[in-house]
Structures are given as C-alpha cells and as structure tokens.
Design a protein around this ligand. Structure first.
Ligand code: ZN
Length: 224
C-alpha cells in the first residue's frame, strides 16, 4: 500500500485552553500540539494517505496531530476549524469518557457471555466450560453480544463527535470554513456523504458529512 509520510513539529499551548489562537500559521507545513507542562520534546513522522487529524496519548503525552496532507491543502480557517474540533476532544475529556464507557461495555459483555455460555452448555451437549469443542459456541455468543453493543458504542462516539463539532463552531464562529473543511475531507477521504440510516447506526463512529453540515448550519444561525 502506498502511503504519504507526514512530518510533525510541535507548538505548545496551555493545558486547559479553549482558545484556538495557538494555531501557528508560520509552521503550517507541519504541526503538532503538545499538552505537557514540562516537556518540549518533538514527535515526528506518521504516515497517511488521507487528510486527517487526531488526538494521541493520555495525560502529559496528549497531543493533537494534524497531517501535512491537511495542512498543505486547506485554508488557515479550515485548518483552524479542524484543530478546534480536535481541541474539543481534549477540553471535554473525551478520551477518558471513551475509556470508561468501553470498560463498562466490556464488563457487561463478558458478564452476559459468561452467563449465556454456562446456561447453553447443557443444551448443546457440552460438559465443561473448558471443552474446546464448545469454543465456536462461545464465539457465536460473543458475536451476538457484539451486534448489540457495537452500535451502542458507535452511537456514544457519534454523540462525542457532535459535541466536538459544536465546540469548534462556537469557538471559531466560522461555519463556512467548518463546512468547506468537511466537504474537502469527505472528498479527499472518499467518504460517503449521506450513508443509509442502518449503515450509520451499525458502523459509523462519526456523524455523516451531510449530518454535520446540516447541524453546523443551524448552530451558527443561533450565534450569528
Ligand atoms: Zn473528532
């Protein structure tokens, strides 16, 4: 698979900042934000084919990463909109919420799997839980539980993504740039702008491009 390398440098901002000004246009060919009080270490070189932005790390290692494919091809205001979205994930502590939610889902899933597996052993003629022949039954139970909980988990992630979008819109007050950045990202990353409802519920961790554009337009109407 051919991949385009991206280079990242760093720019430091206050830990709990909700200000998007720390974005530095002078270093737009490469950018990384490090949320560390004591460290100015530089992290370099990730690889992607697509324009992308992400949060990496927890605690002092927390960073916002913007790919150079994004920094090269997007306007300053579009980059600022993407940056503000990622900053929202940090300020709203989304990483911790996802960890706690994921841990709860895992705990409930394994409890359900334990009870269901034990109760169904006799019915399928197995004597012990460690009977290797019963492993496909366990796999089937885990699959069925996953079919219930994965959409729930994805729904929670979509909720957090919408929160981050709203944060970005309220701090940048520039819906045109937010929407044009979304359209560019959708085209560059070959995203389906308006997938079917079932596909969204089952597989999407983000609201679709058309949904995001729709609520972005309405949100900025409230804050002209
Ligand atoms: Zn996000």
């Amino acid at each position: 698979m051919h991949q385009i390398p991206i280079n990242l440098s760093w720019h430091r901002i206050p830990k709990n900042s909700t200000d998007v000004k720390p974005y530095n246009t002078k270093t737009r060919n490469c950018q990384q934000i490090q949320y560390s009080k004591n460290s100015k270490s530089v992290k370099l070189s990730k690889e992607t084919r697509k324009a992308n932005a992400a949060i990496a790390g927890l605690g002092k290692s927390k960073r916002i990463l913007l790919s150079d494919t994004l920094l090269r091809n997007y306007s300053d205001d579009e980059i600022k909109a993407v940056f503000a979205h990622e900053l929202a994930h940090v300020c709203l502590r989304h990483a911790w919420k996802i960890l706690v939610f994921g841990a709860l889902i895992s705990l409930i899933s394994f409890c359900l799997a334990y009870v269901s597996f034990n109760k169904s052993l006799d019915f399928f003629g197995f004597k012990q839980v460690y009977d290797i022949a019963a492993f496909p039954l366990l796999a089937l139970i885990l699959l069925l539980i996953g079919l219930v909980f994965i959409p729930l988990q994805n729904g929670f992630l979509r909720y957090l993504e919408k929160q981050a979008d709203m944060f970005a819109l309220s701090h940048t007050r520039n819906k045109e740039s937010f929407i044009s950045a979304l359209k560019k990202l959708g085209r560059q990353n070959l995203s389906d702008p308006a997938p079917g409802k079932l596909v969204r519920i089952l597989f999407y961790t983000h609201p679709s491009i058309s949904e995001r554009i729709c609520y972005a337009s309405k949100e900025n109407e409230k804050h002209p």
